[in-house]
Ligand binder design. Structure first.
Ligand SMILES: [Zn+2]
Length: 250
């Protein structure tokens, strides 16, 4: 079960000669976010959970990939990590997603401005589930694959270790010198909350089977909120599809 979100054609780019860069830390544009991820449906981070460690954790690279993917799906990026993307960034002219999350290609690139730490290690309860093998059906359009939230996902006795009960992992993200648009997109892609909008992420193994739904919240009230620069991304046909697929409140 999945949907396709067409690659963005008019994603915002910036002349890098105008970028703040990373040579110095500008306090007003930099900070730390302490986040909490709450599972909604069974979760498996296969690279970690296959050995059923207890306590368990979520790798920073998995969290980072989850957030970057949402920033791309929202239409803020050039889609360089996928086949079929129409344009990619250069050292002179770079999209928001490549500026925030970084990229390397041949001799050139830009370093990431955000750093995701591994989550804290917490005691978990594993259950083994048989996951039906299901690949997303290819469709006509080139685009991102979007896995909808599905809290009626069927579970079976089986072999794959999942954390089934609602579980809360905390993690930390450092960000450096993000301009207003970068911060708005990064911050929204992290929490998926703005005004009345409140959506869930999908993380880990067997997303197409309904697993891996989770909600991220930034803890504490000192963090800057999402800025209105995000609003241009919260409209249009793709947005309606995303909002419907990732709505989790009954
Ligand atoms: Zn790019």
């Amino acid at each position: 079960m999945s949907k396709r979100i067409a690659f963005a054609k008019n994603f915002p780019v910036k002349q890098m000669s105008e970028d703040i860069g990373q040579a110095a830390r500008i306090g007003a544009n930099s900070g730390v976010l302490i986040c909490q991820l709450t599972t909604l449906t069974p979760l498996s981070i296969r690279s970690v959970f296959k050995n059923t460690p207890n306590p368990a954790w979520i790798p920073g690279s998995s969290l980072r990939g989850m957030v970057r993917n949402m920033a791309e799906v929202l239409g803020a990026g050039c889609g360089r990590l996928t086949d079929g993307a129409t344009a990619v960034c250069t050292a002179e002219r770079t999209c928001v997603v490549c500026r925030v999350f970084g990229y390397v290609e041949k001799e050139e690139g830009t370093a990431s401005k955000v750093k995701f730490r591994d989550s804290d290690r917490i005691p978990v309860k594993y259950d083994r589930i048989d996951v039906p093998f299901e690949r997303p059906a290819p469709e006509g359009v080139a685009g991102w694959i979007l896995f909808p939230h599905d809290d009626d996902a069927k579970t079976y006795d089986g072999k794959e270790p999942f954390v089934i009960e609602e579980t809360k992992f905390r993690f930390r993200v450092d960000y450096l010198n993000l301009d207003a648009e970068e911060y708005a997109i990064f911050r929204f892609a992290l929490e998926l909350k703005y005004g009345a909008v409140d959506l869930c992420h999908k993380l880990g193994f067997a997303k197409a089977a309904g697993f891996g739904s989770c909600v991220v919240r930034v803890l504490g009230d000192k963090a800057r909120p999402v800025w209105p620069e995000i609003e241009r991304f919260l409209k249009g046909a793709s947005w309606d599809t995303i909002a419907k697929a990732r709505s989790y409140r009954k």
